[in-house]
Design a protein around this ligand. Structure first.
Ligand SMILES: Cc1cc2nc3c(=O)[nH]c(=O)nc-3n(C[C@H](O)[C@H](O)[C@H](O)COP(=O)(O)OP(=O)(O)OC[C@H]3O[C@@H](n4cnc5c(N)ncnc54)[C@H](O)[C@@H]3O)c2cc1C
Length: 334
């Protein structure tokens, strides 16, 4: 009889699920070999497991990305081009870049997960998105075994979205990402509480390190640490709706906040909708909606992925009923 592998420690939600096996790959040859021997089974690549929800056991092989390496591949007067292997930890790469004096990703400090998964949903935080520093990436086409280079345009980046979550979903494994980082800083402190935090700290001179420290401090005060409380960050994306619909809603809900988008649309904070609908702090046994951050669903311990999915679906339907806005999950459900 086959021994199933426990995935509890392979997803930041900390939900229990099993896979037939978990195999790590450290380079392209190992990855190709694992795909070859897994051909007649399901398989999926996993990075840090910080954006997945296992809603059932996975009947297949988990390919765990352990490809490491950071290499400068080019430099101009203004930029450095850095190739990072997909299994590198994102936050460690950010800290390394700061140490080297490379600018552009300091606002993306403390986002969990791997470099290879970062382009999947074009990670973003505190006014910066990955696409702003993205040069190109290399990915393995699973079907043909061929490597392909994807330019910025080919990745089709959008808000928490890319080609790899659309047409390319399940077809490619990202093996490395090339970043174009600035050699002179262009600090971005306007978003969220960065400026007020720096002010409270009495910061007179900006640096990459101090901005990263402020972002880390704010994130720690707002978001639950997955090592202590199972979660996958924001469960839903912030929805975009047409201006005209927003004006209608605003008449019924004058407090509803929104951010203007260029295309006659506005973005409404999903956290506001969920809180107003009364879900903040809602608890169903071992799972619930975080008491401080309503966008985050949590597993207090022993929670079941299916039940978290059901909770998310109940929230989605409630928001649809109350506001006629359809929330889209950010987390990948397996
Ligand atoms: C506390 C917390 C805070 C967070 N904050 C943010 C935030 O501020 N901004 C933000 O954007 N996200 C945030 N996230 C979400 C998450 O950190 C990112 O989505 C991250 O990029 C996921 O990386 P990962 O390696 O853990 O991906 P995983 O969860 O392992 O995988 C996610 C998906 O990508 C696929 N995948 C993984 N690696 C590859 C690869 N090399 N090639 C192809 N497909 C791949 C997987 O199959 C899966 O479908 C947060 C999550 C947590 C837990």
């Amino acid at each position: 009889m086959r021994t199933m592998q426990d995935l509890t420690n392979y997803n930041t939600f900390g939900v229990h699920a099993t896979a037939n096996s978990i195999r790590a790959f450290h380079n392209l040859e190992e990855l190709k070999h694992l795909i070859k021997i897994s051909k007649n089974q399901n398989f999926m690549v996993l990075g840090g497991g910080s954006n997945v929800l296992f809603t059932q056991n996975y009947s297949g092989v988990i390919l765990k990305n352990a490809m490491k390496g950071i290499m400068v591949i080019g430099q101009t007067e203004e930029h450095v081009f850095v190739k990072v292997e997909a299994g590198e930890n994102w936050h460690e790469f950010v800290l390394y870049a700061i140490q080297q004096g490379w600018c552009g990703i300091e606002n993306l400090s403390l986002i969990p997960g791997t470099v290879g998964a970062a382009p999947m949903q074009n990670i973003g935080a505190y006014g910066v998105e990955l696409e702003q520093v993205f040069e190109h990436l290399h990915a393995l086409h699973i079907e043909t075994g061929e490597m392909r280079r994807f330019s910025h345009a080919e990745c089709n980046f959008a808000y928490r979205n890319s080609f790899f979550k659309q047409g390319g979903k399940g077809k490619y494994i990202i093996t490395s990402v090339v970043f174009r980082l600035d050699l002179t800083p262009n600090f971005n402190t306007s978003y969220g509480a960065i400026e007020s935090t720096l002010e409270t700290w009495g910061v007179k001179e900006l640096s990459l390190k101090i901005i990263s420290d402020a972002v880390i401090y704010i994130r720690k005060s707002k978001l639950p640490d997955p090592a202590k409380l199972g979660n996958a960050g924001s469960f839903f994306k912030n929805p975009s709706i047409p201006q005209i619909k927003y004006q209608d809603l605003k008449e019924r809900f004058p407090e509803m906040p929104a951010y203007e988008l260029p295309n006659d649309e506005v973005k409404v904070p999903a956290a506001w909708l969920i809180e107003q609908a009364g879900w903040k702090g809602h608890r169903r046994g071992p799972i619930g909606v975080h008491a401080k951050q309503p966008l985050v669903l949590v597993n207090y311990g022993g929670g079941d992925g299916r039940k978290i999915k059901k909770l998310a679906e109940d929230i989605r339907l409630d928001i649809l009923f109350k506001y006629d806005i359809d929330l889209e999950p950010e987390v990948n459900m397996i």
